[in-house]
Design a protein around this ligand. Structure first.
Ligand SMILES: NC(=O)c1ccc[n+]([C@@H]2O[C@H](COP(=O)([O-])OP(=O)(O)OC[C@H]3O[C@@H](n4cnc5c(N)ncnc54)[C@H](OP(=O)(O)O)[C@@H]3O)[C@@H](O)[C@H]2O)c1
Length: 268
């Protein structure tokens, strides 16, 4: 595994696993949460250590139980979760504190590695209050890093006006269909690490071209795609319900894309 150093010095695995459909009926985001989560067990066996969770996924407790019961020591895990931007969680500082405390309980831990605001909070007072609670837990060592998700430039600017702790990451959609280039440039300038959700999304012609590029490295197109992102410092959190795909998605550290192939992927 390779790591990226966040702006507060914390090291984050550059590849993690998403969990938004794990442990759910029919692998469906809206499906009922079951009592087991074989995809997570398999991800841990294959070497995934960074786990991207969220309160909205409704499976935090199940994910937390499997992590706590696994043989992987807590200090090897990098647990991310997200606070939804809705009234239940952000209407008051008490509500946000209760949500964080509950996540800590779900993960059976006394700290989370990364906590994100899942979506932009339009009400500036609520944004400020929420971030102040994040900072409070960060200062207390209960959150090792704090960040945001799906924030655009204006929303990052709003946060900047009062944030004492700069967001360490912005988790946004980044893939070949939505390259999000302008925002990526802003994040780089600001020293905020981009985390790509939905990294696997491609058009059919892009997938064919990636498969073609992969041949000379003896890699699948999906691996070329992920390597392209991590090679330029974008953290990826692909999820798969298929063990072979999970294995491929973390088998990225024995090759390097040439400058020419990087350019090819960039122009797909
Ligand atoms: N912050 C946010 O608002 C937000 C939004 C969306 C997602 N997320 C997070 O980001 C994670 C990843 O995003 P995502 O779940 O939307 O999509 P994704 O990881 O881009 O794509 C998942 C799809 O790609 C397929 N896949 C994975 N690896 C593959 C491979 N090697 N070869 C071929 N197909 C492969 C999977 O199918 P198989 O199961 O058949 O392999 C699955 O259908 C989520 O799980 C969640 O944790 C965050």
């Amino acid at each position: 595994m390779e790591y990226i150093t966040l702006n507060n010095g914390l090291k984050m695995p550059i590849v993690g696993t998403g969990t938004n459909t794990y442990g759910k009926e029919n692998n469906d985001y809206n499906g009922e949460v079951k009592n087991e989560i074989p995809e997570l067990v398999s991800a841990l066996e294959l070497g995934y250590r960074s786990i991207d969770a969220a309160i909205s996924y409704r499976n935090e407790e199940l994910v937390g139980r499997v992590l706590a019961e696994s043989t992987v020591p807590r200090e090897e895990l990098f647990i991310t979760t997200k606070i939804p931007a809705n009234e239940e969680y952000i209407s008051s500082k008490e509500a946000t504190r209760a949500a964080i405390d509950n996540s800590l309980k779900n993960f059976r831990t006394d700290y989370l590695d990364l906590l994100l605001i899942h979506h932009p909070i339009e009400d500036k007072e609520q944004l400020k209050n929420t971030w102040e609670v994040f900072e409070e837990y960060y200062e207390a060592g209960k959150l090792k890093a704090i960040g945001v998700s799906n924030f655009g430039k204006n929303q990052l600017d709003d946060l900047k006006k009062f944030a004492k702790v700069k967001p360490a990451v912005n988790q946004i959609q980044i893939n070949l269909k939505e390259p999000n280039k302008e925002l990526l440039a802003i994040l780089e300038e600001e020293g905020i690490t981009p985390v790509a959700w939905g990294p696997m999304k491609t058009e059919a012609h892009q997938q064919e071209a990636l498969d073609e590029i992969g041949k000379s490295y003896k890699k699948y197109g999906a691996q070329v795609l992920l390597k392209y992102q991590i090679q330029r410092g974008v953290v990826v959190i692909p999820k798969s319900h298929n063990r072979e795909n999970q294995a491929a998605n973390i088998d990225l550290f024995d090759f390097e894309l040439s400058a020419e192939d990087v350019e090819k992927v960039e122009n797909l």
